[in-house]
Design a protein around this ligand. Sequence first.
Ligand SMILES: *Cc1c(COP(=O)(O)O)cnc(C)c1O
Length: 347
Amino acid sequence: MRPEVPAPALRLGFDSDALKSNWQALDRLSGTARAGAAVKADGYGLGARLVVPVLHAAGCHDFFVAHWSEVPDLLDLAAPGSISVLHGPTTDAEAAFAMACGVKPVINSLDQVRRWLNVGGGRCDLMVDTGMNRLGLPMSQIGDETLAALDIDVLMSHLVSAEEESDFNAVQCERWRRACTAIPHLRSSLCNSAGIALGSDYHGDLTRPGIALYGGVPRADMASLIRQVVIPQAVIMQVREVAQGETIGYNATFTATRPMRTGTIALGYADGYLRCWSNTGRFHAAGRTLPVLGRVSMDMTVIDLSEASELKEGDWVSADYALPDASAATGLSQYELLTVLGRRFGR
Ligand SMILES: *Cc1c(COP(=O)(O)O)cnc(C)c1O
């Protein structure tokens, strides 16, 4: 028998009530449309197997992943027909896999239409490109007659600048409506998280929030609706006394101007706590704020415990990681701040 692996010294604090509340708030803001959920990239780094059951229990019945490799993780958690794969069938093997699992491919081109029909077709979604110029059926092809052979559930498009007051939002909305008129389908969908705030013209039948479910605030007017969902937490591995004039960490970027009490925590840039937090990040525990001292290393970060004499080795500390603030502090997007979080976190 293999020895049992000790509990990890870092974990993602996860507030499932906040996740549920965020989905419900976005579902309400979607008006007569229902909210689905983007759970690609392992649920934006939180763990798809963690978030999908919470969302499902909240009432969510449409889940979006990007890659085919993300499907197996979800098959025992959600009905296959409720899972859509955004990249679509780019090979025959992917089309056959979709068919075998019963998940919906999001068809993105006439090539993908043919590939899907070749393996037998069946219920699918369709992405129309209304201006992103990335993936999706071009507007010039919405009248193509091969589309009539598809059994389309969700006819979707994706907004370029939903988080801004951009005139292009209305342009895309008009194109998406035109596509919806031209192509038979069951449900229409245009909005990511930020798009939901643009109002009922944009809602269609289904919205596809991602970042806001997980605590991201894409538009200031959504701040009051959205709660923080995840907090990186780590154990204090070692407490040290550092004399005045000593330096801390690689390249000696911090010098103690007084005798200090410091804590070394088991969290570093390999876990997604990136070097941009060096000398600027903050942790907290027991009501104290604990600034990061010196460089963040691969597996460790040093924090100031001088004002927190009650904290000792083995105690847990939590990073300041409210996504809008963390984004402003680092220049990383709220999306990056979540999706960099590494595999060593206990989830
Ligand atoms: C990622 C994604 C979403 C979710 O976007 P957020 O900005 O995270 O809300 C919705 N639709 C598509 C097609 C996506 O790729």
